[in-house]
Design a protein around this ligand. Structure first.
Ligand code: MG
Length: 313
């Protein structure tokens, strides 16, 4: 058994764009800091496996994320393939300058839906952090650079507990009004469930945010990521974030399971007859290879199953 038997279901998109976050969101939350050449090969292998969007690295201050301190050196090593996007994370104008110097044509800024996480992650209130992003987004768009806005803690917050849908809508629509091309809704601690996903998307839709500008970023900490993905697809979302091999853990839950694994997502999508452009075998090979570098097995169920079938895991 190397692939799921496909069965189409009415009301789902024919194609989904997987926004691969392993080299950035994955590696920044792993204890091991990898050599720059290994990261470059990781990105190349992900692109070879058919991923068309690979978030490559982050231009946050190296003291904050030492695992990604080599952002400029890494981008210099990455040969850009035609038709593939290589966005990078940017926290502020200084980060934008560094990213532009490195020749990037797509960035992502990251805001929080909650005050607690904004304070901890950005050392600012939600309003202050949104104000900090405004010139970053404006300058990037002026330079012809595409901008994604990440919104964290959309479904729950480890310090505040429940997060009100209206609060997420208020911050999310601010990012879209600022000019972000796409808003990625993050379930940073993985507590959301499908009804919650639909309720949030309905509320965003009522506020004017259509499926063409929304993406979802689910974590599998509580085993809900794929169920939540189906709810988002039914609503019309066609961009789904995932991390190859499920790398990244969950820094706020102390769990080995964080980011939705790209392989698990691909199995679901291909089973629903949804085109992704991804070669699952190549992707699994890459995650098994990366697990060797990280010194721990991939938490992805599909990597474990297919890796075992092939005698690789
Ligand atoms: Mg994540």
């Amino acid at each position: 058994m190397r692939a799921p038997q496909p069965f189409r279901r009415d009301g789902l998109p024919g194609r989904v764009t997987i926004y691969e976050v392993g080299p950035r969101d994955g590696l920044q939350n792993e204890a091991a800091a990898l050599p720059t050449a290994v990261k470059a090969e990781f990105i190349r292998r992900l692109v070879d496996a058919g991923l068309s969007v690979v978030e490559a690295t982050s231009f946050v201050r190296p003291e904050w994320v030492p695992q990604l301190a080599d952002a400029a050196e890494l981008l210099a090593l990455v040969e850009r393939a035609d038709g593939v996007r290589y966005p990078v994370l940017v926290p502020n104008e200084r980060g934008l300058d560094r990213a532009l110097d490195a020749g990037v044509d797509e960035i992502a800024v990251f805001a929080s839906a909650t005050e607690s996480f904004a304070r901890r992650n950005l050392n600012r209130s939600v309003a202050e952090s949104v104000a900090m992003f405004a010139p970053v987004v404006g300058r990037a768009l002026g330079a012809g650079v595409r901008v994604r806005g990440y919104l964290s803690m959309c479904f729950g917050d480890p310090w505040e507990g429940d997060v009100a849908v209206a609060q997420v809508v208020a911050v999310g629509t601010r990012l879209l009004e600022m000019g972000c091309d796409e808003l990625s809704l993050g379930d940073t601690i993985g507590v959301g469930t499908p009804g919650h996903v639909t309720a949030l998307l309905d509320a965003l839709g009522a506020a004017g945010a259509g499926p063409d500008r929304l993406a979802v970023h689910f974590h599998d900490t509580y085993g809900q990521a794929l169920a939540n993905t189906v709810a988002a697809l039914q609503w019309g979302v066609t961009v789904v974030d995932a991390s190859a091999g499920g790398i990244g853990g969950c820094p706020y839950a102390g769990s080995a399971t964080g980011n939705l694994a790209t392989e698990d997502l691909v199995w679901l999508l291909h089973g629903l007859g949804i085109d992704t452009g991804v070669d699952l075998d190549r992707l699994v090979d890459t995650s098994v290879w990366m697990a060797g570098h990280l010194g721990r097995p991939s938490p992805s169920r599909v990597v474990q199953a297919l890796g075992a079938v092939a005698g690789r895991g």
